[in-house]
Design a protein around this ligand. Structure first.
Ligand code: FE2
Ligand code: FE2
Length: 377
């Protein structure tokens, strides 16, 4: 039986084993949240990673009609074949992936900022070391994902330019502030927890480079989720003041975490097509429901209260029912009016400017190496 046929619970169980046992691919679903469309112009001449030479597919392709190509492509997707960079693919598939992967990469990079804010103020050496490792992982995730997107014909510079110009989206959750140490715990527990739900299914996305990048990323995300939960547990079992900090952080991050799964299925523009292409395996609402079902018992274990008066267990459906999400807040943050949108982009722009000398030094070093190699030859 395919994991996708087992229902969400069995599916995630199967995946936990797959990821832990170091096996290959796991199943695909939605991207990081609210990914709106980025006007990414794909310049066919900008292929990287050796893609400027056309693959053997191109020779077959010349004589075939567009619809025959589409049919063959879809048949490969239906057969769970991986689509690789040199394979023929519909333009819309390419654009969808560029949009999704680049926004996912931006989210990893911008996502370093709210927690990076606490590295210098972590409460102990151990906490500091763990947090540095976690934030560094997120930087690595961004690098894998930028590389995966480059295989589709967009350059890293183009993606960075879109981010810094404010035309590319990233996950809105990172536009919220982290006023206390408990926010670091809540981010690991809830934000990385929601990211895992979203991302594990992408390990079996139809596009090979994206799927392979996600396998490694998901392993690291599960460490992130556990370190966050451990911080929350320490606080929840600490002094009344520490417990209050943990509760306040849960209150701040609960609803934005539910929004990470993106608009409801009725509103989600891209879902049906992405499902057909096997970029996505589960709908936003299915994944959100699964997150609530898994996370509410964890909050109870911590002795914390989920800030939702409408939350109740429904015996008939065997799921938690939860209150309505404030989509006006979601849309407002998405439009750039969240508490930290401006601060996050300013930080990225500053980092880019301050890194100019490093890029120049790297280019100069590469040139020197080349000259040395030429002299030695
Ligand atoms: Fe990550
Ligand atoms: Fe993470």
């Amino acid at each position: 039986m395919e994991p996708g046929e087992q229902g969400l619970g069995g599916f995630f169980e199967a995946i936990r084993h797959a990821v832990n046992c170091d096996t290959k691919n796991v199943v695909g679903a939605t991207n990081l949240c609210h990914i709106a469309s980025v006007p990414s112009k794909v310049e066919k001449c900008v292929y990287t990673q050796g893609l400027d030479s056309l693959g053997k597919d191109a020779l077959h392709v010349a004589s075939a009609t567009a619809s025959a190509l589409e049919a063959r492509f879809q048949a490969r997707v239906d057969a769970d074949d991986k689509i690789e960079p040199k394979d023929w693919m519909p333009d819309a598939y390419r654009h969808t992936l560029i949009r999704q992967i680049s926004q996912h990469a931006h989210s990893e990079i911008v996502g370093m900022l709210p927690e990076g804010n606490w590295i210098t103020r972590a409460p102990s050496l151990r906490r500091k070391a763990v947090l540095i490792a976690k934030v560094q992982d997120e930087g690595g995730h961004g690098m894998y994902l930028y590389s995966a997107a480059e295989t589709l014909g967009i350059s890293r510079d183009q993606m960075t330019a879109q981010l810094l110009a404010g035309t590319a989206k990233y996950s809105s959750i990172f536009n919220y502030p982290t006023p206390t140490w408990a926010d670091v715990g809540a981010i690991g527990w809830l934000v990385d927890g929601a990211a895992i739900m979203n991302q594990i299914p992408i390990c079996r996305c139809s596009y090979g480079p994206y799927a392979r990048a996600m396998v490694r990323i998901c392993r690291e995300e599960s460490f992130h989720q556990r370190q966050g939960f451990e911080i929350m547990m320490t606080l929840a079992r600490g002094t009344p003041e520490q417990k209050r900090m943990a509760q306040d952080a849960l209150n701040r991050w609960w609803w934005p975490s539910l929004m990470m799964f993106g608009p409801s299925d009725a509103e989600s523009k891209h879902t049906a097509q992405s499902m057909r292409w096997k970029i996505k395996r589960f709908s936003n609402d299915e994944l959100r429901q699964h997150f609530v079902d898994v996370t509410v018992p964890q909050a109870e274990f911590l002795g914390l209260k989920v800030p939702d008066p409408a939350l109740r267990w429904d015996e008939a459906s065997q799921h938690y029912e939860f209150g309505a999400i404030d989509w006006s807040e979601f849309n407002n943050v998405l439009k750039g009016n969240g508490p930290c949108n401006r601060e996050r982009l300013d930080a990225r722009r500053r980092a880019w400017d301050e890194g100019q000398w490093v890029r120049e030094a790297a280019v100069a070093h590469a040139e020197k190496q080349k000259q040395r190699a030429a002299r030695a030859a």
